[in-house]
Write a protein that binds this ligand. Structure first.
Ligand code: NAD
Ligand code: MG
Length: 392
């Protein structure tokens, strides 16, 4: 913490998204503890300007569009230094002053900025699971080398992180990763096959960005989270078990070698794990709704169905293959989800595209940062051309 009144200074990447907005809400409620030093958006520049007016950051980044002259003038009036273009996030994390990076961007775009921030010994609050899916080995090595804290925001990983407080790695038997099952949990395969993006965007419990909402419908989100958990908690995929828990009250569990199970519960509200990540090792008060044990929904569990949700199986295969395979899977998924969101391809074309990319990929077992970036770019091109062929 740099300034006189000891506020923790945050740089929020992806501040205009669902996690970013929730993070700013937490900061607003604890404005005596946190200050905003940097914000970023991909294309919602006007929204970011409104945020900047309220939080007065010194640095902002715009990655997906060129800000208009009017927008530049408004940012100058707010005394913001503006970075734009493809490398803007890396430049921002390298040049801004902050204590903790909150990575709330969506997709593989979060990977390199995370690496650059850790190299500057910055703590990370990580929502962007794609960072660890793409380059978990590199990121976790950097975390160890630079002795930084990398605290998960993803609700399941926050739950596991909390269950492991006071425990040693050797006492873990299995991680029980809960999944809502998404909007198609009770649908048959024929109906899922016909589903459109508007059906997939109706998540039963969580209000999130479009990409993660489609990932939840395909269950690729749970696949990405299995990989995220393997890296965060240094476990083989065989020790991570996915359990469907439709009401999203238990956010995940850890089973220990003595048969004991610890779980973390609460209403589905991302402000709770976001707040813990930015305030760790402290717990702060929150006015979020409380789970009502008597009147709330029953806690029920089901086995995931890999036949209806093949993306989950692909994720287990990719982490088993290791090397560049998860990066390829992730990139192909991003392209296919984008095409599905535009209703250019069908639901099961998402898993087919990923499967074909993984099968035609020449695996690099021990990739460095550059090879991961190349694997990501390669998979995007192949996925694009497969989709072009499918739609003729
Ligand atoms: P979102 O789509 O609502 O917001 C994404 C943010 O990233 C926006 O600010 C957008 O401007 C920015 N962005 C988009 N594309 C970008 C690019 N190519 N380069 C740089 N910035 C870009 O997404 P979200 O739901 O807030 O999710 C963000 C991340 O958090 C994802 O990795 C998601 O899996 C993870 N996550 C989200 C939730 C949730 O409840 N929303 C829960 C757990 C984990
Ligand atoms: Mg999650």
């Amino acid at each position: 913490m740099n300034n006189a009144n000891q506020k923790k200074e945050l740089a929020i990447l992806g501040s205009t998204g669902s996690i970013g907005v929730n993070c700013l809400d937490v900061v607003h409620h604890h404005s005596d503890r946190f200050a905003i030093r940097a914000l970023s958006t991909h294309s919602r520049v006007d929204e970011m300007i409104v945020q900047a007016r309220q939080t007065r950051p010194e640095w902002v980044a715009v990655t997906g569009v060129q800000p208009s002259q009017t927008q530049m003038c408004q940012l100058e009036e707010l005394n913001c230094q503006v970075f734009s273009g493809a490398d803007a996030l890396q430049t921002l994390v390298e040049q801004a002053d902050y204590d903790m990076l909150v990575n709330a961007v969506v997709g593989a775009a979060g990977f390199l900025p995370t690496c650059r921030a850790i190299e500057r010994n910055k703590d990370i609050a990580l929502a962007n699971k794609e960072t660890l899916v793409m380059g978990g080995s590199i990121v976790m090595n950097l975390v160890a080398k630079h002795h930084v804290n990398l605290i998960p925001i993803d609700s399941e990983h926050s739950a596991i992180f909390q269950c492991l407080m006071g425990e040693t790695p050797l006492s873990i038997e299995t991680i029980l990763l809960t999944a809502s099952g998404g909007p198609f949990r009770t649908w048959n395969k024929t109906d899922i096959w016909r589903a459109k993006s508007r059906d997939a965007l109706k998540h039963p419990n969580w209000d999130m960005g479009n990409k993660i909402t489609i990932d939840s419908a395909t269950m690729m989100n749970k696949g990405l989270e299995v990989i995220e958990a393997c890296w965060l908690f240094d476990l083989a995929a065989a020790r991570v078990k996915v359990v469907i828990h439709p009401h999203s009250i238990i956010h995940s569990m850890v089973q220990f070698i003595d048969g004991s199970i610890k779980a973390q519960l609460g209403v589905p509200d991302m402000r709770i794990p976001i707040q813990l990540a930015i305030s760790y090792p402290n717990r702060l008060a929150s006015n979020c709704e409380r789970y009502d044990l008597i009147g709330g929904p029953d806690l029920t569990f089901e086995e995931p169905d890999l036949h209806r949700f093949p993306c989950l199986k692909l994720a287990f295969q990719a982490i088993e293959s290791g090397g560049t395979a998860p990066a390829v899977m992730n990139a192909a998924n991003e392209i296919a989800v984008q095409a599905f969101l535009q209703d250019r391809i069908g639901f099961y074309d998402i898993s087919d595209t990923i499967d074909q990319c993984l099968q035609s990929h020449d695996l690099d077992h021990d990739p460095d940062e550059q090879s991961l970036v190349h694997a990501d770019e390669w998979a995007r091109q192949i996925a694009d051309s497969l989709i072009q062929k499918q739609i003729g």
